[in-house]
Design a protein around this ligand. Structure first.
Ligand code: NDP
Length: 285
């Protein structure tokens, strides 16, 4: 058996066509161009690639984007001041501060300073709370991208054993909530989980977000499982690989995401969707 490849690149391309049409209709109706501000502090090469991709995708979706590239030594106060200006800027509907941020900046203070209405990453405590109770405008981009991929391939989490490896605030925890809202039976694993392979082997849907190259091996996966690999790691050939051993697991899973080209493109597409939603809310829609 060989798994169906969940092609995030293709799915997100298709979604962007719909978003672009929606943006064009919105502009025609309101005269408002959805605007995204992307703030990057320092010169981390990976962050720079992500920021460039986000700007490029905003352009593809006929949105306006503005970049603020700030030096590493930017103070927390300076950053909060910029965010406050953007909170009051009517051309900007979504604000994204690329992370990781330099160590002297407290990310939680920065995320809290973004207006919840412009918080297109959904990291503000108000938006996090709304994800808990299922009453949300924005979903965090990576878990929302995973849900969109599942939907696209006709995979319904209802009643399924869903196991998530990783409990970060940006991926693992919100992913658990979204699968729970869709009636999955959810287990979250982390670095202190005992007998991890026993737990992962129960999964009908396995989502892995730990940041360790090829950590999940074929013996940890049930035959026919859906395997979603969120991880992005450098591999030994100078390329990228995920957190799961794709070559071996692909032989026994029913569906699997590649890295690159799986969850990554979906994440950026969900950011565009959130920016359009923010602009619509701004326009009272
Ligand atoms: P974090 O480092 O914030 O969290 C990692 C999680 O993995 C933690 O909960 C940690 O457990 C858990 N973990 C670490 N080692 C083990 C282990 N041996 N067994 C079980 N659990 C373990 O990572 P992120 O969630 O931010 O990112 C995870 C990966 O996803 C990274 O590779 C990142 O680059 C990628 N990523 C990809 C995105 C995309 O769009 N494709 C977007 C966001 C992230 P504990 O809490 O106990 O320490």
């Amino acid at each position: 058996m060989s798994a169906v490849l969940m092609d995030g690149k293709e799915v997100s391309k298709k979604m962007r066509v719909d978003i672009r049409a929606d943006v064009d209709a919105f502009k025609a109706e309101t005269g408002i161009t959805p605007g995204l501000a992307v703030v990057i502090i320092g010169d981390d090469p990976a962050s720079r690639v992500y920021v460039n991709n986000k700007k490029k995708r905003a352009g593809h979706c006929h949105m306006y984007s503005r970049e603020y590239a700030l030096p590493e030594e930017t103070t927390q106060e300076e950053l909060v001041k910029l965010i406050d200006e953007l909170n009051h800027d009517d051309e900007i509907h979504g604000i994204l501060v690329q992370h990781p941020m330099p160590k002297h900046i407290d990310e939680s203070i920065i995320f809290r300073s973004i207006s919840p209405a412009k918080d297109v990453d959904a990291f503000h405590p108000e938006n996090v709370g709304r994800i808990m109770n299922g009453n949300f405008d924005f979903l965090p981009c990576t878990p929302a991208g995973v849900m969109a991929l599942l939907d696209e391939y006709g995979i319904d989490p209802k009643g399924k054993e869903c196991v998530i490896v990783g409990r970060s605030n940006i991926v693992g925890k919100p992913q658990a909530m979204l699968l729970l809202h869709r009636h999955g039976t959810v287990t979250i694993c982390h670095s202190r989980t005992k007998n991890l392979p026993e737990v992962t082997k129960r999964a009908d849907i396995l989502v892995v977000a730990i940041g360790k190259a090829k950590f999940i091996t074929a013996d940890m996966v049930k035959d026919g499982a859906v395997v979603i690999d969120v991880g992005v790691n450098p591999d030994s050939e100078g390329g990228l690989c995920g957190d799961v051993d794709f070559a071996e697991i692909e032989k026994k899973a029913s569906f699997i995401t590649p890295v690159p080209g799986g969850v990554g493109p979906m994440t950026i597409t969900m950011l565009m969707k959130n920016t359009l939603t923010a602009a619509k809310r701004f326009a009272g829609k």
